[in-house]
Design a protein around this ligand. Structure first.
Ligand SMILES: [Zn+2]
Length: 453
């Protein structure tokens, strides 16, 4: 098993708010064997056969995205500016019709295009959810990204949804189909690619799935001992719909159905009152905060209260924009604008959400989220020679990075010790050919669906 040494960089392990000015990381196989000053590494003992000079670069743990719909590449630019929407009209009028029109063969290059965006901008772990997630398995396997896959189990026709009208008929046959697909996904992909790919269970939120359907998904997750993802308190009108139907708010319903636990990730969680936040705290559930996504729809969760109550928070992108550096920044800026309080959160705290927070949410904190001996070699290098980082003051480097970084500044990405991105080029798949294939498929699908816009 060869040893790789990455040396002479600004080392930011993220287990504390600290930068090592001339730092190094070394790994053998998939595991990290050294983190510290370059001069402290024992070359005689470990005899590295690959040495990477990271001078002028930051060495960081890979970022973690706890909520993505990979198929959303086909929505890029379509749903964000739909006139008069302000919320979900773009998704219902254009987004769902597009992704529900895809043939199986459209998934690979579409999902890979979104995955390329993430890996090239420094995200090494993703949690992907949508219909037909079996088609995403090969994407994660071929690209070399760490992935958690989950079938989205819904009980209503996505093409009949309309913004602010949550009244919808439930179709139990859709639920059974989703449960079967989730079971199949577990059997075929859980623990695959040397454990790099795992699965979870994703019930649609109470706006997409009946209470009975949610209970069925809960039981399936228990049976397999895997975590749950759920869109909850996500969109305007959901709270009123759930109150009218069940006499309780979405978080109360989720708690009473037994699906909010430390192994659960709530996606978005925007429309929260104080008692909802209390439930999140009490149940120990995690929040996947889509900080650059929900502002596009004109709303933002009360994160100042969520953080103060100590709720476990990670970062998710949802779809369309997946460079997590934007989300990290948005997670600081929007609460500051809303409250006028600049002391709520600083750069280090925000970067923790996209690293340590993601690892904790996915139950992977023993393996990823920080650079520490024994953890997986999921490592990224960020080019700090660019003018927007200069000059560098070591004491404030993490803030400098958080406020100024772009995904395109990431030069190298390692997942499980494999160099998936080398000098900004993906090594595992032909990125150019994949994006070209996605382009022609997108044009065909848009050509058909746009007739109804
Ligand atoms: Zn979502």
């Amino acid at each position: 098993m060869g040893c790789t040494l990455i040396e002479n960089g600004y080392l930011i392990p993220m287990n504390k708010n600290e930068v090592v000015a001339d730092g190094a990381v070394a790994f053998e196989g998939t595991r990290i064997i050294y983190v510290g000053a370059t001069k402290g590494f024992d070359r005689q003992k470990h005899r590295p056969d690959t040495i990477i000079n990271a001078r002028g670069k930051a060495i960081l743990p890979g970022l973690i995205n706890t909520h993505i719909h990979l198929v959303g590449a086909y929505m890029k630019g379509l749903t964000e500016d739909v006139p008069g929407s302000g919320d979900t009209a773009g998704l219902y009028k254009r987004g769902f019709p597009v992704v529900c029109s895809l043939a199986d063969e459209d998934y690979y290059s579409g999902c890979m295009t979104h995955a390329l965006e993430m890996i090239m901008s420094g995200t090494t772990t993703i949690s992907s959810t949508f219909l037909n997630e079996r088609l995403v398995g090969p994407v994660a396997k071929d690209l070399g990204i760490r992935a958690v896959l989950s079938e989205w189990i819904v009980g209503t026709d996505l093409l009949k949804l309309s913004a602010r009208n949550m009244e919808r008929p439930w179709d139990q046959s859709l639920v059974e189909k989703g449960l079967d697909a989730a079971q199949e996904l577990f059997e075929n992909w859980h623990g695959k690619a040397d454990g790099r790919i795992t699965t979870r269970i994703s019930p649609g939120g109470p706006g997409y799935l009946s209470d009975k359907g949610i209970e069925q998904t809960r039981d399936l997750a228990k049976k397999h001992g895997v975590g749950i993802n759920i869109h909850i308190a996500e969109v305007p009108g959901e709270t009123e719909f759930v109150l009218a139907r069940y006499g309780k708010r979405p978080m109360e319903l989720g708690r009473d159905l037994g699906i909010l636990t430390p192994e659960t990730i709530g996606f978005h969680c925007v429309f929260l009152n104080d008692s909802d936040i209390e439930i999140m705290h009490e149940t120990g559930m995690n929040l996947s905060h889509t900080a650059f996504h929900t502002p596009k729809r004109g709303y933002f969760p009360p994160m100042e209260k969520v953080h103060k109550r100590g709720v476990s928070v990670s970062i998710g992108s949802d779809w369309c924009s997946n460079d997590l550096w934007k989300f990290i920044r948005s997670s600081i800026l929007f609460p500051r604008v809303k409250t006028g309080d600049v002391s709520l959160m600083e750069g280090y705290d925000a970067l923790r959400l996209a690293t340590v927070g993601g690892a904790r949410a996915l139950g992977m904190e023993k393996d990823i989220g920080t650079l520490e001996v024994g953890k997986k070699a999921d490592i990224i290098l960020l080019d700090l020679t660019l003018p927007w980082y200069r000059p560098i003051r070591i004491e404030n480097l993490i803030s400098n990075i958080v406020y100024n970084s772009n995904g395109s500044d990431v030069t190298d990405v390692f997942v499980d010790g494999v160099r998936v991105v080398s000098d900004r080029a993906v090594t595992t798949v032909d990125a150019e050919a994949i994006m070209q294939d996605c382009q022609s498929r997108a044009e065909r699908v848009w050509g058909v669906v746009s007739k109804n816009w």
